[in-house]
Design a protein around this ligand. Structure first.
Ligand code: 3HC
Ligand code: NAI
Length: 700
């Protein structure tokens, strides 16, 4: 039929096989192959049933995302699926791996579906700023009901095969060989005389189910929880058509809504994010075939906030982990923190007691370095102090076996210096987790000067095993994420001194889509951290780098953020929601006076420019210095570690959408007005003057 879709006859059964690695995406050749194969099966009088099966690790995982935004190529997917559904001979889709998006839509176009027990199905289009555009919004409600369809389509989350069976999305589960299971099912269909059973001919308007109420409830939920997103409301509108319109009109409505989403900037940003995340796993100059080392036995040094979170990440992945602390009291406290974290999840209902017990059994507390002699990997997470780190690394060098990977979670210290404390700098790497480490997806993998390729490749494998998004970065103060966020935090504080309130600054940035406002974020991490950095900077920085004074005033008043119940905002006991601080205004005014500033009204647009453009300018410097390999890596860091809205792609992508020339012009104005911090990054000047973008940057 075509290179990627083949047809073979097994007696009265036509077996159609898709073979389009890596995920059997529905590119043009697959669509055409499917169309022709089904037509051939239809035309062949000897064929009584059709089996659709896929090679490789998965059933069709969706439309070919690379084709989005390009001129459409016939046949379209909806057309192919309508053909499949119209086939007069019963067809069965044999699902394994993940039947996602267009893949599930193809399966719903088939008349029956069987799924391997370990498979999953889902309609994740919303995560790409889309909605299922090949009948998914019309056919899924017809088999699973409107409530389940709304949940699956609006969340984009896949479900396991057993749940798919429960909701009639599949007819039977199987184990073992795919093709044989499909053929056996088809033979059963023939023997029982069960013909074509078309999903589209069923109804989603079931008696006794108030679909309109389900739609209204989902609307309310989306308005609250998915604010700013373009496609979820359109997903709901499409599902609504499944019970309010006949199939052909519902499909038309779905198509219109899909096209709207396809041409939205959010879709472009989300698809960019999808590929950026996968691109980040590829490291320039690192052969993908580089061998990796084992990491079956792991130790974490320091059982504080980060150490425990890191240890739990390993336990969650089923890897035994030891936490080494300075004393038996500190060790016991670390173990209590670990079990307390799990217990909170059990209480919330997100973890079972049994799972907690299994995971806790993997965590051991120790105090003696001799207990680390056999570990494959150590991650240091002690105080952020070079002297303390030196002692730890010297001890590790003395006790750890040759080839053990020695990692540091330092957030600002020079990893090259740390590596120099050992006689094996090639085995030292940075694994910079984000707090809470057992929850946050981001992992900055810091490549020091002497880190070996094998250790770097293993660090990436560790990230994958822990289900983190890893991004390789170079050594500098704060690496990528924190170095940029420092600029952002400082500007947000300047805005408070110039006339804004914390509610205005955070409100503007939350409306922009940030998960959290910068002022509330600083309250969360503790204002004293910034204060001590500030004091150091006052000594070190040249005079033209002016610093805000507001933070000092808060800390002098003993307001350190959430941990003291008061900071830029106030916090009621047990409630992390920031409330306006009624005592803040005099401090704001005092800070403005001290800086010689007359307070003024600042618009939301201005607040966004001052903070987000500060990120962009620093990002450009980081890119030029080679600390990040590519602009998209910086974006991946911001999306996964700093709550930047995925539908804006990340700060660097956002800058390109605005236009680098426009961003530069504003930065030049800020430079003239606010001085040295705003010196435009040379790379930004260069690219803007050459009409190029960050994504074009290849070091030249
Ligand atoms: N189109 C094109 N390429 C795809 C793709 C797709 N739908 N899905 C994955 N790929 C590519 C990846 O870019 C990657 O390429 P690379 O090796 O060159 O970097 C490769 O396939 C492997 O992907 P992963 O690294 O993600 O592999 P995993 O095994 O970790 O995950 C997966 C596999 C679960 C299928 C995951 O890739 C995934 O979630 N893919 C996206 C699924 C999706 O969103 N489908 C819906 C598409 S939209 C649609 O169908 C519209 C329709 O309604 C009209
Ligand atoms: P923390 O103060 O909560 O914990 C540090 C722990 O290390 C304490 O329990 C202490 O008893 C223990 N410790 C100190 N010296 C030790 C030694 N010689 N041997 C064994 N244990 C020792 O600190 P936190 O916040 O967990 O930070 C740890 C490291 O992680 C630092 O390098 C920090 O910069 C980095 N980091 C912190 C983040 C955060 O948000 N807190 C985020 C990312 C990195």
């Amino acid at each position: 039929m075509s290179e990627v879709v083949s047809l073979e006859r097994r007696g009265p059964i036509a077996v159609i096989t898709v073979n389009n690695p890596p995920v059997n995406a529905l590119g043009q050749a697959v669509r055409e192959g499917l169309q022709k194969s089904f037509a051939a099966a239809e035309a062949d009088a000897a064929v009584q049933a059709v089996v659709l099966v896929c090679e490789g690790n998965t059933f069709i995982a969706g439309a070919d995302i690379k084709e989005f935004g390009k001129p459409p190529m016939a046949p379209s997917l909806p057309e192919v699926i309508e053909g499949l559904e119209a086939c007069s001979k019963p067809s069965v889709a044999v699902i394994h791996g993940t039947a996602l998006g267009g893949g599930l839509e193809v399966a719903l176009g088939c008349h029956y579906r069987i799924a391997r027990k370990d498979s999953q199905v889902g309609l994740p289009e919303v995560k790409l700023g889309l909605l299922p555009g090949a009948g998914g919004t019309q056919r899924l409600p017809r088999v699973a009901g409107v409530a389940k369809a709304l949940d699956m389509i609006v969340s984009g989350a896949p479900i396991k095969a057993a749940e798919a069976l429960q909701f009639n999305i599949v007819d039977e589960l199987f184990e073992g060989d795919l093709r044989e299971a499909g053929i056996a099912y088809a033979q059963k269909l023939i023997a029982e005389g069960r013909g074509a059973r078309r999903t589209g001919e069923q109804s989603a308007a079931l008696e006794g189910v108030d679909n309109a109420a389900l739609v209204a409830a989902k609307h309310a939920e989306v308005a609250k929880r998915m604010r700013g997103l373009f496609s979820p409301l359109r997903c709901i509108a499409a599902v609504e058509a499944s019970f309010s319109l006949p199939l052909s009109e519902g499909l038309k409505r779905e198509r219109e809504l899909f096209t709207e989403c396809l041409s939205s900037p959010q879709r472009a940003a989300l698809v960019y994010s999808f590929f950026s995340e996968r691109q980040a796993a590829k490291v320039e100059g690192l052969d993908p075939k580089t061998p990796t080392r084992a990491f079956d036995k792991v130790a974490v040094i320091g059982g504080g906030t980060m150490g425990v979170g890191i240890a739990l990440s390993f336990a969650n992945a089923g890897i035994p982990v030891r936490i080494l602390e300075i004393s038996s009291e500190a060790r016991d406290k670390a173990m209590e923190r670990a079990s307390g974290t799990y217990a909170a999840s059990v209480k919330r209902g997100s973890l079972t007691q049994d799972a907690m017990d299994k995971r806790m059994a993997l965590v051991t507390g120790v105090t003696d370095y001799a207990d680390l002699a056999d570990v494959d990997l150590v991650i240091e997470a002690v105080f952020e102090d070079m002297g303390v780190k030196q002692k730890v690394f010297e001890q590790l060098d003395a006790v750890c076996k040759p080839g053990a990977i020695l990692a540091s979670n330092t957030s600002s210290l020079d990893l090259n210096v740390i590596a120099g404390f050992t006689k094996r700098p090639q085995d030292v790497v940075g694994l910079h987790f984000f707090s809470p480490a057992n929850v946050m997806r981001l992992l900055e993998v810091v490549r020091a000067e002497k880190t070996s390729d094998e250790v770097l490749a293993t660090a990436l494998a560790i990230g994958k095993k822990l289900k983190k998004v890893s991004v390789v970065v170079g050594v500098c103060d704060g690496f990528v994420g924190n170095r940029m966020v420092f600029q952002y935090g400082r500007e947000s504080e300047f805005l408070l001194e110039e006339g804004a309130t914390p509610e205005q600054v955070d409100g503007a940035l939350k409306d922009f889509g940030m998960a959290m406002g910068p002022t509330a974020m600083r309250d969360l991490s503790g204002l004293d951290i910034g204060w001590s950095i500030r004091k150091r900077q006052r000594q070190e920085l040249p005079a033209e780098y002016k610093l805000p004074v507001l933070l000092d005033k808060l800390c002098e008043a003993g307001w350190l953020g959430q941990k003291t119940g008061k900071g830029f905002f106030v916090y009621e006991a047990g409630n992390r929601n920031p409330q306006p601080n009624p005592d803040l205004q005099p401090l704001l005014e005092a800070a403005s006076r001290e800086q010689g500033i007359e307070r003024r009204q600042l618009s939301a647009e201005y607040i966004i420019e001052r903070t987000i453009y500060a990120l962009i300018n620093e990002g450009a410097k980081i890119l030029e210095e080679g600390i990040a390999q590519r602009a998209s890596d910086i974006d991946v860091i911001y999306l996964n570690g700093y709550g930047f809205p995925a539908y804006r792609g990340g700060p660097m992508f956002y800058a390109e959408q605005i236009g680098l020339d426009k961003v530069l012009a504003r930065i030049q104005e800020f430079h003239a007005e606010h001085g040295a911090w705003w010196k435009p990054a040379p790379l930004l000047v260069k690219l803007a003057s050459e009409g190029r973008t960050f994504s074009d940057w290849n070091g030249q």
